[in-house]
Design a protein around this ligand. Structure first.
Ligand code: GAR
Length: 201
């Protein structure tokens, strides 16, 4: 269990969240940091114009930016947008594209991802969302969980910051396991980021 971060000291941090889909984790951040004087969620970025994450951001008054594959991999539009907004830390929350090396280099140790399983198992290319839970059940695993880790140029390989386990029940379907894991994600991801931010001051 995480200690409740009551006495952590964090100087001003501007966060950007990258999301490709529903954005339930992004929403957990909007709620957790609402009214926080030091940590501001400044931007929600997405590669998917139809991502529900964009609607959730609008609801919380968080500015949104969308980009296409060409802009992401062949121009500096995303990096310059992050710089314009003085973004100091990046949170990947269900973002499905590989991060270009320029972004990794500019945010070394300042970019984290969440994975819905216990890495290093069930990670890597193609392992996202329901695919992960399906693989866990097919492998007859007795436990799964969440992993929060730093982002490097390889999928799901950066240093692990935090893991929390949960049971895989005999009757679980990918959907029921996903639900149990999402609860853990929403509970722990914002707290772990808050704690991580207090470490690199
Ligand atoms: C989350 O479960 C996250 O762990 C997973 O995508 C989901 C996004 O949900 N990420 C990956 O699988 C990355 N490999 P959300 O859009 O509702 O936050």
């Amino acid at each position: 269990m995480l200690q409740k971060p009551d006495n952590l000291k964090v100087t001003n941090q501007n966060l950007a969240i990258f999301a490709s889909g529903s954005g339930s984790n992004a929403e957990a951040f909007f709620k957790y940091f609402r009214g926080n004087k030091n940590i501001n969620i400044c931007l929600l970025l997405s590669n998917n114009k139809k991502a529900f994450a964009l609607r959730r951001a609008e609801k919380y008054g968080v500015p949104t930016v969308t980009f296409d594959r060409h802009e992401f991999y062949e121009t500096d539009r995303v990096l310059s947008t992050l710089k314009e907004h003085h973004i100091s830390f990046i949170v990947l929350a269900g973002f499905l594209w590989k991060i270009p090396i320029e972004l990794i280099e500019n945010y070394q140790g300042k970019m984290v991802n969440i994975h819905p399983a216990l890495l290093p198992k069930f990670g890597g290319k193609g392992m996202y969302g329901m695919h992960v839970h399906k693989a866990v059940i097919e492998a007859d695993e007795k436990e799964s969980g969440i992993t929060i880790h730093y982002v490097t140029e390889n999928y799901d390989e950066g240093e692990i910051i935090f893991q929390e386990k949960c049971e895989v029940k005999p009757a679980d379907l990918p959907e029921t396991l996903a639900e149990r894991i999402q609860k853990l994600e929403h509970k722990f991801y914002p707290q772990v980021v808050e704690k991580t931010l207090s470490v690199f001051q």
